[in-house]
Design a protein around this ligand. Structure first.
Ligand SMILES: C[S@@+](CC[C@H](N)C(=O)[O-])C[C@H]1O[C@@H](n2cnc3c(N)ncnc32)[C@H](O)[C@@H]1O
Length: 210
């Protein structure tokens, strides 16, 4: 009961609406205020794709600021929830959702956009979603493969959400990026890496949402 109460408390502060999501998707989803911030940063773009969108909590915020947005996830029930969440946030006409494997080249070839957001699962195998993987090959699916495919087939501007212990050295092969440590509700939660085409050096800052 105590675990349920704590979980309900965290859920309540994460989103402004009573969203549709299974428990794991709720836990893994980007908090609304952070997704809004990411969407603001990307609002200069005209089109976006999110690979691994789960129940759509980042895609929905992108769709509030970007004209054409597509979210893809391999979990059919999550995509159903993402469509319901898009209606909940009033962006059902701006966001398209597709059930599919984000490593499927044929699927990716049919998409092109100004920017692509990658948000693979970084939890270790097992029930405890708070234990995170150690490198770009260990995410589900592999960030190394996902980055290469996304860059080749979708967009040259790429944004990735990664665990908070990731650093520039771990993805130096992807090029320069602006790395932001996201502090939400008093604690560092994760990082967001912006690999923009015009990025000429690595930078790192903290962004706080308290
Ligand atoms: C961290 S969650 C995404 C959270 C979401 N971006 C948000 O902010 O609400 C990771 C998602 O990756 C999806 N996923 C894992 N492997 C996949 C694959 N090969 N193809 C498509 N989706 C995949 C999982 O189903 C899960 O919903």
């Amino acid at each position: 009961l105590q675990e349920k109460l704590i979980f309900s408390f965290v859920m309540e502060e994460k989103f402004s609406k009573n969203i549709f999501a299974d428990r794991d998707a709720y836990y893994m989803s980007c908090p609304e205020v952070v997704a809004e911030y990411i969407a603001d940063r990307l609002s200069c773009f005209d089109s976006a794709v999110e690979l691994c969108c789960a129940v759509g909590m980042t895609t929905v915020q992108l769709a509030r600021r970007i004209r054409k947005v597509v979210g893809i996830d391999c979990d059919e029930r999550r995509i159903e929830d993402a469509r319901r969440n898009a209606r909940l946030y009033g962006v059902e006409n701006a966001a398209d959702f597709i059930v599919g494997d984000v490593l499927d080249k044929d699927l990716l070839e049919g998409l092109s956009a100004d920017v692509v957001v990658l948000d693979p699962d970084w939890s270790m195998e097992g029930d405890d979603k708070s234990v995170h993987v150690d490198g770009i090959d260990c995410t589900q699916p592999s960030l190394r493969d996902l980055f290469r495919l996304a860059k080749r087939h979708i967009a040259r501007n790429i944004v990735i959400r990664v665990p908070k212990h990731f650093n520039h050295d771990m993805f130096s092969e992807f090029g320069y990026c602006e790395l932001e440590t996201i502090i939400w509700s008093g604690k560092p939660r994760f990082k967001v890496a912006y690999f923009f085409e015009d990025c000429k050096e690595n930078t790192e800052i903290d962004i706080s949402f308290d």
